[in-house]
Design a protein. Sequence first.
Length: 316
Amino acid sequence: MKVLHKLLGMHPMIEKILEYRNVTKLYSTYLEGMQNCIGKDNKIHTIFKQNFARTGRLSSTEPNLQNIPVRDEEGRKIRKAFLPCNDSFLSADYSQIELRLLAHIADDEVLKNAFLNDADIHTKVAADIHGITENEVTKKMRSTAKAVIFGIVYGISGFGLGENLDISAKEAKVFIEKYYELYPNVKKYMDTVVEEAYTTGETRTLLNRRRIIPELNSPEYMVRQAGERIALNTPIQGTSADIIKKAMVEIYDEFKKQNIKTKMVLQVHDELIFDVIESEKEQVENIVRNIMSNTINLSVPLKVSADYGKNWYDTK
């Protein structure tokens, strides 16, 4: 698929092949595939696994409802098939939680101030990298900055970032080095967390959940590199997983305490979906926002967006 994408524009048939593959996958995986998962109650009940993903994220299976396409418009239309039993869906989503955690854990003042001032972090980073004002940042610059930021969170190499941005590894490396120069505490944190992981053989989330990293003891360089990426990513993505799980438990308890009939029906990583009764709408949103925003105390605010819809497609 990657090769075909690189060849786009060279022959009209390539676009047709990619379109056909996409539609075929959507039909077989989601439309046809999910029909077998509909129960006698005309509902789909996924299975959530607590300890399948090593980061600690909940994992959805049979079917995987966390993997319904979101970026591809044709794929997103599948969400129209998911309807609430009550009056509407509420989607409550953490905004840029992993970047906020990076700012907190790395204790980088520049990043923290951006979040404290409710700045557009990707535009801010793009402006800093290019040495221009935020008003001068183009859509492409912002997109590149976003790829650099998320790439760094996941321990991406210059080669990997270059592949993602369709630029040379050398150019990508310049972006990464510039980012480290602008945000030195991020680089310091990354070096420290990898060094500690080599010493202890493990890493931990902010809530002190432990993850052992046997890859760091491997004689193979590539395996050790993978271990380093795990060491970098686990405190960020693992803490994000801990936070939303903690919030889910607290929301459930509060609903029970206040005799709320609205149901929490799905978790998609940083997002919670609720099947909302109209008369409880305001009360439910207040509970959800308050708990998700305050379930952990960080040096930057946790921001929660809330959207409603008559089906899952319209909820975002």
